[in-house]
Design a binder for this molecule. Structure first.
Ligand code: ZN
Length: 227
């Protein structure tokens, strides 16, 4: 059933947020996106997000968040910081407070636009150790936002409990499998689609994709309802 209200999707042009955008377009009568420019290594990320917003006919607001890089230089913004992820440690791509800030600014924008629904692609399942991607954080943030602006925001996290294979399935169920595969940018080296194949983001994405394609083929062979 279509919700007649309006939603704002936190949107980077990656696999997760693009899947969330397709999801939101199916759920809500009106959808807009907000993209944060925080000096990512690759300007392609902003361009890719703009191209997808244009393709899907949604209005995009790009907010300058360069202060984030000023506060917390990290591997996503600085070419002199190597992308590393040691077992049991936060990866060097982690930015303190990023999601806290993004959700705050997204909410302020959403309220101005008369939207109370926020959609974010954060996920606890393939948990990289980012504390502000956890369900408990998002729920806490939801309460804080509502109190701070005296406004009934609802934060939606459609991917929260999905693994990467299930996220591909969601895209497929939304009729967006090929689009998400070919047009989104997840790669830390700025290569759209299947990416460079070498960086941690590409490896995670490919592992999920391979698993989903395998599951789909297995389901297909027993005559289940798959495309
Ligand atoms: Zn890559």
């Amino acid at each position: 059933m279509l919700n007649e209200e309006k939603a704002v999707v936190v949107f980077s042009g990656g696999q997760d947020s693009t899947t969330c955008l397709f999801w939101a377009k199916q759920q809500f009568a009106e959808v807009e996106v907000v993209t944060f420019d925080y000096g990512q290594r690759h300007k392609q990320e902003i361009e890719c997000a703009a191209a997808i917003a244009h393709d899907l006919g949604v209005q995009q607001t790009v907010l300058d968040m360069s202060l984030l890089n000023q506060l917390a230089p990290n591997a996503l913004t600085r070419t002199d910081v190597e992308i590393t992820h040691e077992e049991g440690e936060l990866p060097s791509t982690f930015v303190d407070g990023r999601n806290l800030l993004f959700l705050s600014f997204a909410a302020i924008l959403a309220k101005q636009k008369g939207a109370r629904h926020l959609v974010t692609g954060v996920c606890e399942t393939d948990f990289s150790g980012y504390p502000d991607c956890r369900d408990s954080f998002v729920k806490s943030m939801n309460v804080t936002l509502n109190l701070s602006m005296d406004y009934p925001f609802v934060i939606h996290t459609p991917l929260m409990w999905l693994d990467k294979a299930q996220t591909w399935k969601m895209a497929d169920d939304l009729g967006a499998f090929d689009y998400v595969r070919e047009r989104t940018l997840t790669c830390y080296n700025g290569v759209i689609g299947d990416g460079c194949g070498e960086c941690p983001a590409c490896k995670l994405r490919k592992a999920g994709l391979d698993r989903y394609v395998e599951q789909r083929a297995a389901a297909g062979s027993v005559g289940a309802d798959v495309r």
